[in-house]
Write a protein that binds this ligand. Structure first.
Ligand SMILES: Nc1nc2c(ncn2[C@@H]2O[C@H](COP(=O)(O)OP(=O)(O)OP(=O)(O)O)[C@@H](O)[C@H]2O)c(=O)[nH]1
Ligand SMILES: [Mg+2]
Length: 343
């Protein structure tokens, strides 16, 4: 895929997909129904109306081709996010329902064209036309629930963050309240919610910054709790999805303060769990909130992390743009990785 095509993200594509509800489809037909073929003889009028119904079903459900293609080619990151929220089997079933309804509408339109032409009496033409309308509409009516489900899916997809896989990326992860959102906001001035209480971030957010003339993408993730992967809730799984499926450098923040959600050894266990899904992406242990602890506590924390991981952690004041930019410059310098991807 070329670079330009890659920058058109699935959420942007989803914004152009219009999924109608069944009642909208019906309203549109009703509005046009009386006007179609009004001045024509009865047979031609009914034929024109059948054609109009078939055309409306065809045009108003043509989104299904686009949606099918979009879902089929979805990058694993977006795929995971979508199917955390929506049932994949249902989505398949609903898409099939609509494809089938489109086919049947055309089939009955053709079939009844001949049936109507074979009628001689006005009453018989009307009766057969009404039968045709029923047979053309009932398959799409049966997809009513599916149309609504897919409409919600498209809205959800269109609100996901647009991630450009061709940019160097930093994924910021860690337990709750360690300063992940502060870090991304400091680096990028993205408008991200930051608060004193944990679980503020419930979705994945993206920010951008320029370091040494190069655009860097930063991903803010929800906080990770101390529990096994299979016990994680949907919000935590969004963070896991980013760690697993996006290419980039992972900055894992740890909170050394007394008010942290967990003591450092537990935060390191969370880090190990997170690391286990990241493959061989660079994983940067970083102590945050360094302005809030005495230097002795900071050096003890650094020693503890060194002892447990064999790596010297970086340090940062996550709510200070200069400190964050210095850190990013440092890690980009030592982990220069052009992140080509299959997104
Ligand atoms: N003094 C100081 N405060 C910080 C620092 N980093 C974050 N904070 C504060 O810590 C609190 C939590 O920060 P957030 O950035 O929302 O933390 P988070 O990791 O995104 O939290 P969740 O989204 O809830 O997981 C906020 O009140 C921040 O202002 C830091 O380095 N120094
Ligand atoms: Mg946050």
């Amino acid at each position: 895929m070329n670079k330009k095509a890659e920058t058109i993200t699935p959420p942007e594509k989803a914004k152009h997909i219009q999924v109608p509800e069944y009642k909208e489809l019906l309203t549109r037909m009703k509005r046009r129904y009386e006007k179609v073929g009004r001045n024509l003889p009865i047979l031609e009028m009914e034929l024109a109306r059948l054609q109009m119904i078939s055309d409306t079903i065809e045009s108003k459900t043509s989104f299904v081709k686009e949606l099918y293609r979009l879902l089929k080619n979805l990058h694993p990151f977006y795929r995971s996010l979508v199917f955390l929220e929506f049932d994949e089997t249902k989505v398949q079933k609903y898409i099939e329902c609509i494809f089938k309804a489109r086919k049947l509408a055309q089939y009955f339109e053709k079939k009844y064209r001949y049936i109507l032409m074979a009628q001689e009496e006005r009453k018989a033409i009307k009766k057969k036309a009404s039968e045709a309308r029923g047979r053309m509409l009932s398959p799409i009516k049966r997809c009513s629930r599916g149309l609504l489900y897919l409409k919600n899916l498209v809205v959800y997809l269109s609100h996901l963050p647009g991630i450009n896989p061709s940019l160097p990326t930093i994924i910021v992860a860690g337990p709750p309240s360690v300063g992940k959102s502060s870090f991304v906001a400091s680096a990028s001035r993205a408008r991200i919610e930051i608060a004193e209480y944990p679980f503020t971030t419930k979705d994945i957010h993206v920010g951008h910054t320029t370091i040494n003339g190069e655009e860097i993408q930063l991903i803010d993730t929800p906080g990770l709790l101390d529990r096994r992967l299979e016990e994680r809730n949907e919000i935590e799984l969004k963070a896991i999805t980013a760690l697993k499926h996006l290419k980039g450098i992972i900055v894992f923040l740890l909170d050394p303060t007394e008010t942290s959600s967990y003591p450092i050894p537990v935060q390191l266990e969370i880090a190990e769990d997170a690391k286990s899904v990241t493959g061989n992406k660079p994983f940067i242990y970083t102590v945050s909130k360094i302005d809030l602890v005495p230097s002795k506590t900071l050096s003890n924390t650094i020693e503890l992390i060194k002892a447990k991981t064999g790596r010297t952690p970086y340090t940062v004041k996550a709510n200070d743009p200069k400190s964050v930019h210095d850190l990013i410059r440092g890690i980009i310098g030592s982990h220069v990785e052009k992140q080509g991807s299959s997104m």
